[in-house]
Design a protein around this ligand. Structure first.
Ligand code: RIB
Length: 311
């Protein structure tokens, strides 16, 4: 059966700057190379799910500018239904400058632009399509009240919400506790749990804090350290395969998309997280926004060891 995934989220134009740690005498960082390409968590998640074979509908806002058109074209080309992406002349398309050192984010400058103009009225025309989805993914790149309304809607529609709480300070308690699962990275989990992430047990303690705070289920994306699933009073570590990082941009989005696609297909949480870890590992090992197909992910997943309960 084909997975049906809805995404309510951000579309941005991204600039990736690849360089080293060294600054020039005037204090400027020297980028060895750069690339400019469509991104945004919503678009990335939608496109990643489509590449993994899902039917996908995306709801979002772009500016009425060239960047918006490029973002829309890239998402549509991947087979995503973009009929609910609204263009506005009131703001420019979201824009992000990402500085990468050895494939990892060193700094990120985000101008959210049109993403912040998304309203519940933009989502309403898409509700029929979203109600037919197995999962709806959203993130804090769009206004918090839209996310809250989506979570309220999920109570009546029965469609589970997967919330990527980036940025965590924008995620309301309603959104965090009403979502089927939240998928923070280590920094986001640390902010949500109000706990420093020092030492190897810190993510486990943070996962425990999140469960104790009333969150139904949390999956902490820990990069090379795999992922932690905090659910039903138990914390399970799901390992990944270490790869040489070329560009980590979008790997977290690929993770969430792969998780949603596998869960829609009936996989258990640990099985789905193993697949998601594999998808993220493939993505990190390639330059730019790398969206793997199912064969790539299946091959990588074969190399990943078993999960184990840690708490
Ligand atoms: O998760 C990666 C995305 O975050 C990038 O594409 C960038 O647009 C930022 O929003």
């Amino acid at each position: 059966m084909i997975a049906r995934i809805g995404v309510v989220g951000g579309l941005n134009m991204d600039i990736h700057l690849f360089g080293g740690e060294d600054r020039a005498e005037d204090g400027a960082y020297l980028a060895e190379r750069y690339l400019i390409e469509p991104g945004g968590k919503g678009s990335n998640q939608a496109r990643a799910a489509a590449r993994l074979g899902a039917d996908v509908v995306l709801v979002g806002r772009i500016g009425g500018d060239e960047f918006g058109r490029l973002c829309l074209d890239a998402t549509t080309r991947d087979g995503v239904d973009t009929s609910h992406v609204v263009a506005t002349d009131e703001q420019r398309t979201g824009f992000v400058v990402i500085q990468l050192v050895e494939g990892r984010h060193r700094s990120l400058v985000f101008s959210p632009g049109a993403n912040l103009l998304l309203t519940w009225d933009d989502v309403v025309p898409a509700l029929e399509a979203l109600a037919a989805c197995d999962v709806v993914i959203t993130q804090s790149e769009v206004p918090a009240d839209v996310v809250d309304r989506l979570v309220d809607w999920s109570d009546s529609s029965g469609v589970p919400i997967y919330l990527d709480p980036a940025s965590p300070q924008q995620a309301s308690r309603r959104a965090l506790t009403g979502s089927e699962v939240i998928t923070p990275d280590a920094l986001e989990a640390s902010a949500l749990a109000g706990r420093m992430m020092h030492g190897s047990v810190a993510p486990i303690l943070a996962a425990r804090d999140l469960m104790a705070s009333g969150i139904r289920r949390a999956i902490l994306k820990l990069g090379v350290d795999g992922a932690l699933l905090a659910s039903d009073g138990t914390i399970t570590h799901v390992p990944t395969r270490a790869v040489e990082a070329v560009d980590e941009t979008g790997a977290g989005d690929v993770f969430v998309a792969a998780l949603a696609v596998q869960r829609s297909g009936g996989a258990g949480w640990v099985e789905a997280i193993t697949f998601a870890n594999a998808a993220a590992a493939v993505s990190v090992s390639r330059s730019g926004l790398a969206l793997p197909d199912r064969d790539d992910v299946d091959a990588m997943a074969e190399l990943i060891g078993p999960a184990r309960v840690v708490s």
